[in-house]
Design a protein around this ligand. Structure first.
Ligand code: KG4
Ligand code: ZN
Length: 328
């Protein structure tokens, strides 16, 4: 078995996975969303203190498995350095106490592996990663061969939902609230600019839509409930249209047979629907992770670690490094 630890942002999570059957034997997560909501976003110092409180609680629950472990896996990049360190410190302690190798896991790769939980991996695949930290199209050839086809020039897709929610005083995280509000709103009441619409650039940009929302929010004070819903619907429509326009261009060039959407924002039903239509038009299979594995979790870290284990991608307690950077 492998014990896996996730603490790259505001979710503390531990899982235990069977290396042979890929079955998840234990999986628990404590989300800090409520704690960060009052600040309208993740406060790194607070997140790190909460991981220090919550990770030991989860490890205590995983105690029945600790004598059967072959390795300990941990997210070590990218993410917030101060929160990554909490998970890594726990992995180091387990490694030293139990004589286990450490498997360092890249968070973006873990999101890709959320598709393969309790399943075989499928490669090659074109993957759209939409989360709070990233908006990327990745050409995934194998475990090691991953090429960034497009990325964001400024805000990420999920982050733009968080910022729009904050502007309307709707708390954190913004994604689920905006999606829910949008269902009751008129998406055509406040037409928003679609970023890079007339540019051949294969990239994303969300700061323009965010600023357009800011102007609408300021011009409609005080916001009544229907106006909030109409802003949410208008914003979500533009945000998804931009995602679709650029991905469609990539589809036309790369003609993928298998396409997936992963990351916290892949839980958005309007996003799922839009891409289901696009994939049908391009005769491409759409792959989605189970809803419970879209946002950060240790099960996806554990699944990724199984493939890393067979390739002996080990580190040890004294050499493992933490990095906030994406390319590590
Ligand atoms: O993958 P994740 O849990 O953490 C990161 O690695 O960033 O993603 C969290 C992000 C947040 O920005 C959140 O607002 C967004 O995913 N999100 C959504 C939805 N659910 C979560 N965005 C849009 N629609 C949703 N339903
Ligand atoms: Zn994530």
């Amino acid at each position: 078995m492998i014990l896996s630890i996730e603490s790259s942002c505001d979710d503390s999570s531990i899982a235990v996975t069977d290396i042979v059957t890929k079955e998840i034997l234990f999986h628990r997560k404590i989300s800090q969303e409520a704690e960060h909501a009052k600040y309208g976003g993740v406060v790194p110092e607070l997140a790190s203190r909460l991981h220090a409180v919550d990770l030991p609680k989860l490890l205590e629950e995983a105690k029945p498995y600790l004598d059967d472990l072959k390795a300990v896996a941990v997210t070590n990049a990218p993410g917030l350095s101060v929160t990554l360190l909490e998970g890594v410190a726990m992995a180091q302690a387990l490694s030293i106490a139990k004589g286990l190798p450490i498997i360092p896991i890249n968070h973006l790769k873990a999101h890709i592996y959320s598709l393969f939980i309790e399943k075989e991996a499928i490669f090659p695949m074109l993957v759209l990663l939409i989360s709070g930290g990233h908006t990327m199209v990745l050409d995934v050839e194998s475990f090691d061969e991953i090429t960034v086809v497009a990325t964001t020039m400024d805000d990420s897709f999920g982050e733009s939902f968080d910022k729009v929610a904050k502007m309307m005083g709707l708390g954190y995280p913004g994604g689920p609230v905006i999606e829910k509000l949008a269902q009751k709103g008129d998406p055509d009441r406040f037409p928003m600019p679609i970023p890079l619409q007339h540019s051949p650039k294969i990239a994303f940009s969300y700061s323009g839509i965010k600023n357009a929302v800011r102007l609408v929010v300021e011009a409609n004070q005080p916001l009544d409930e229907q106006t909030k819903a109409d802003i949410a619907a208008s914003f979500q429509k533009a945000a998804i249209a931009h995602l679709m326009q650029k991905t469609k261009k990539i589809f036309a060039t790369l003609k993928p047979k298998d396409f997936a959407i992963v990351g916290g924002a892949s839980a958005n039903m309007a996003v799922r629907e839009a891409f289901a239509n696009l994939c049908a038009r391009f005769d491409c299979n759409l792959h989605l992770a189970d809803l419970q594995y879209c946002s950060d979790n240790a099960a996806m870290v554990g699944r990724c670690a199984i493939d890393a284990y067979y390739m002996e991608r080990f580190s040890d307690a004294l050499t493992i490094e933490v990095s906030p950077r994406t390319d590590n």
